[in-house]
Structures are given as structure tokens and as C-alpha cells.
Design a protein around this ligand. Structure first.
Ligand SMILES: Cc1cc2nc3c(=O)[nH]c(=O)nc-3n(C[C@H](O)[C@H](O)[C@H](O)COP(=O)(O)OP(=O)(O)OC[C@H]3O[C@@H](n4cnc5c(N)ncnc54)[C@H](O)[C@@H]3O)c2cc1C
Length: 406
């Protein structure tokens, strides 16, 4: 068994930023990540913002360069954390394979998010992947997912990845609605999906943006979307087809097409089905945090129906209800990489206060980091899910009311 003062689980933007802070403070820390390369989801991200490219891989490299100047921090890649327990005032971090355990005084969990797959008949055929899978193929490995594809499911990631595939010259037949039915009935609900479009209006063509107030009224939203042409509206380098639904994926030993049908709401289809020829399909059911390790460690987690919005109860510095256990990044709710980095800094500050038992922590630094977090939120390009601000608010309230009851 080895030991470190702090173990950080996850080398995404939140974990790496926390590691840089701890490294600059000379604290002995170990960052563990199951992926062979550090950077987490940053590695696949790419935006064009006011004429400038924002390339996640470059940001990850800058963080790693900063980390290489911090000899007190080591990176342990290709290794999963499979268990976390507290014994004799220290954390025991159980690793996969033959790597054994690490013992630590404090742990920062920055395990990020995972995708919610949408079940579509025949989704086990080769050529079916999640949107995140297509993003990794195109942006991380430089591999085309296929010649012509289709995205099933309207979500923030659908638009981001459609745009990235367009930049990579990969043809898409558009973004369509998923089949209507269990297990995530709301995913396929036309009204629910349309109402979310309002939050991504800044990605829409300029002529559509004045429609935003009308789209916020369910009645109008329904009328406007139902009137869209079947071939769709030009958005994010592809065509949004808000009144076309996927019924099933078609193919013998790999994807050859998707059976689509026109629809005008959650009722019966409003026309005849047809097969759209494509050789790959991306499923986009949204993202959910991965708080499993936090739960395993016995810290309080605010649970939600279906587990899609489960988040740890946490304080402003990422403190959890378990002593010496901190959280940062998408494990707290789905937001962009800059927000994750700001949360990483805060959790690292919280960890230093915990290690040094300093009750009068640096309020000035805390205020500066909280201001950075707010600024990152203000500048954010994508609101992943309109439900997040409320969920996070409830998690903060749970933290405060826990404090009052002690
Ligand atoms: C598929 C997908 C695509 C995304 N695309 C975008 C996008 O285009 N634009 C955008 O703004 N945001 C995107 N996001 C959101 C993205 O998660 C945030 O932008 C940001 O990367 C979150 O940072 P993080 O450090 O919290 O988590 P991540 O970047 O997800 O990093 C978490 C790290 O933890 C590691 N890990 C998890 N569990 C364990 C374990 N048990 N043991 C060891 N290591 C573990 C993972 O391997 C990963 O490297 C995407 C998220 C996902 C899931």
C-alpha cells in the first residue's frame, strides 16, 4: 500500500485544476484516472467563440504543463478507483487490478459525468454509438464514425457534436426525436423536447432567434415546431427535424438506415414511415453525474427518480458530509469545463483548510474563486439541462440545513 496526503479521483478539468492548486502549495497528492490519457472530457471539446477556437485538448495540455512543475503531485493513469472507505481517520482508496490500495488523509472526487443512452430497437448493431462516442472518435482519434449518420435525441450535446462532425466533413441526415416510450418516457415526449430547444436558441440561425418568446409558450412552441419542414431547419451544421421521430434502426449485420416517421405531438404518427439511409447512428439521451464513489464512501447524496439527477450534498468548497471528502466538477451537476475547473480550485482550497485544520480559512481567496465560478457560469455557452440550477440549489439548501441541525 502507498500513501498520499490527498488522492484526486479523476484527471478531467476539475481534478487537474485541483491538482495544480495542491501542487503549487507543495502538498503530496496523487491523481488517479482510469483513462490512459489525462484530460477527461476536455480532450474531445472544441468550440468557435467570437471567431476564436477554444480547443479542450490545448487547455488539458496547459494544465498538465503546470502540473509537471509540481513534483509533489503524481499521476496514476489506466487505473480505476473501485472502492472508498474510511478507517482510523484515513481514507482507503481501492484500485483496480494489481495496483492495490492508497491511503490518504483527504480525497477529492472529480469523476465527471456519463451519458444516458436511449434505447432504440436494434441499438446493438455495429455502427450505433452515443454522441459522446462519435465526439471521441472524431475529435480525439481523428476517425470518421461513418459516411452518413443520424443523431437520435435533442440535447445540448446533439448540437455540439453535430457541429463538430460538420467541421470534420462528416455528413449527417439530421437530428430527430427518439421513439416514444419507456424507460425514459420524457425523453421521447415531443412537448418536453421542444420546450428544451428554447435554452439553445443562441445556436439557432439568426432569423429564428426573435421567435424565442413565442417558443417559451407551449402552445406556440407546438405550432411553430409542428410547422417545420420535414427535411428540418438548418442548425449547428446539420438539420434539426423536430417533427420526425425514429422508430427503429435498420440493418442486417450493421447499420444501414433508420426508420423514421412524421409526428405532430405525442399522439400517433402523422404520416407514413420511411427508411433514411445512414451507416452510423448517434444516441443522445443527455448526461448524468457519476456520484457512485461518493455514495460508496457514505456521504449524503440528494437522490432523484431514476437516478438521473443524483448529486452529493456539498458546501461552497466542495465539502461533503463525510470528513475529508470533497467533490468538484460534473459530479455536482452537468456544466462546462470552465465551471469544472473553478470548482476544482474551490475543492482544493477546501482540502488545504481541512489538512491544516485552519478554521479561519482564506476568505479572500475563497471569494476570488467563487467569483471565478460565477464568471465561468455567466460565460457558459451551453445550458446542458434547464433542471440543473434547481437541483444544485436543493443540494446547497440540504448542506445549509444540515449545518443548522448540528
Ligand atoms: C460524453 C460527454 C461529452 C461531453 N462533451 C462536452 C462538450 O462538448 N462541451 C462541454 O462544454 N462539455 C461537455 N461535456 C461535459 C464535460 O463533462 C465537462 O465539460 C467537463 O469535462 C467536466 O469536467 P470534470 O473534470 O468534472 O469531468 P470529466 O472531464 O468527465 O473527467 C472525469 C474523469 O474521471 C475519470 N474517472 C471517472 N470515474 C473514475 C474512477 N472510478 N476511477 C478513476 N477515474 C475515473 C474519467 O476517466 C475522466 O477522465 C461532456 C461530457 C460527456 C460525458
Amino acid at each position: 500500500m502507498t500513501s498520499s496526503d490527498v488522492v484526486i479521483v479523476g484527471a478531467g478539468p476539475a481534478g487537474l485544476k485541483a491538482a495544480v492548486y495542491l501542487g503549487r502549495a507543495g502538498i503530496d497528492a496523487c491523481v488517479v484516472d482510469e483513462y490512459p490519457v489525462a484530460g477527461g472530457r476536455l480532450l474531445g471539446q472544441r468550440y468557435r467563440q467570437r471567431g476564436h477556437w477554444w480547443v479542450g485538448r490545448k487547455v488539458a495540455q496547459e494544465l498538465l504543463d503546470s502540473l509537471s512543475a509540481c513534483p509533489s503531485v503524481r499521476l496514476l493513469l489506466h487505473t480505476s478507483v473501485v472502492g472508498l472507505s474510511r478507517e482510523d481517520d484515513r481514507w482507503q482508496i481501492r484500485l483496480s487490478g494489481a495496483d492495490g490500495n492508497i491511503e490518504a488523509k483527504a480525497v477529492i472526487v472529480a469523476t465527471g459525468a456519463s451519458e444516458v443512452p436511449i434505447p432504440v430497437p436494434n441499438w446493438t448493431l455495429p455502427g450505433v454509438m452515443t454522441v459522446g462516442g462519435a465526439q471521441v472518435m472524431a475529435n480525439v482519434h481523428g476517425v470518421r464514425p461513418g459516411q452518413r449518420g443520424l443523431i437520435i435525441g435533442l440535447g445540448a450535446l446533439s448540437f455540439a457534436v453535430a457541429q463538430e462532425l460538420a467541421w470534420a466533413n462528416v455528413e449527417l441526415a439530421g437530428i430527430v426525436l427518439p421513439p416514444f416510450g419507456p424507460p425514459f418516457r420524457w425523453l421521447g415526449s415531443v412537448d418536453e423536447q421542444w420546450s428544451r430547444l428554447v435554452h439553445w436558441m443562441h445556436l439557432a440561425p439568426i432569423w429564428m432567434r426573435p421567435l424565442q418568446p413565442a417558443l417559451m409558450r407551449p402552445q406556440w412552441c407546438r405550432r411553430i415546431m409542428a410547422a417545420a419542414p420535414r427535411r428540418g431547419l438548418a442548425v449547428a451544421g446539420t438539420r434539426l427535424r423536430p417533427n420526425v421521430r425514429a422508430l427503429r434502426i435498420v440493418g442486417d449485420d450493421r447499420v444501414q438506415g433508420v426508420e423514421l416517421v412524421p409526428c405532430q405531438g405525442d399522439a400517433e404518427p402523422s404520416g407514413k414511415p420511411w427508411v433514411e439511409p445512414v451507416d452510423f447512428v448517434c444516441l443522445s439521451g443527455g448526461l448524468r453525474p457519476v456520484p457512485d464513489i461518493v455514495k460508496a464512501a457514505g456521504a449524503a447524496v440528494l437522490e432523484s427518480p431514476g437516478g438521473l439527477y443524483d448529486v452529493p450534498v456539498s458546501g461552497p468548497l466542495g465539502e461533503t458530509t463525510a470528513p475529508g471528502l470533497f467533490v468538484a466538477g460534473n459530479v455536482l451537476g452537468i456544466e462546462g469545463a470552465q465551471v469544472a475547473m473553478a470548482q476544482g480550485q474551490l475543492a482544493a482550497l477546501g482540502t488545504v483548510c481541512w489538512l491544516t485544520h485552519s478554521p479561519d480559512r482564506s476568505l479572500e481567496q475563497e471569494r476570488a474563486f467563487l467569483a471565478e465560478l460565477e464568471e465561468a457560469r455567466r460565460k457558459t455557452l451551453i445550458l446542458f439541462d434547464p433542471a440543473w440550477p434547481e437541483v444544485q440549489c436543493r443540494a446547497e439548501q440540504a448542506w445549509r440545513s444540515r449545518g443548522e441541525s448540528h
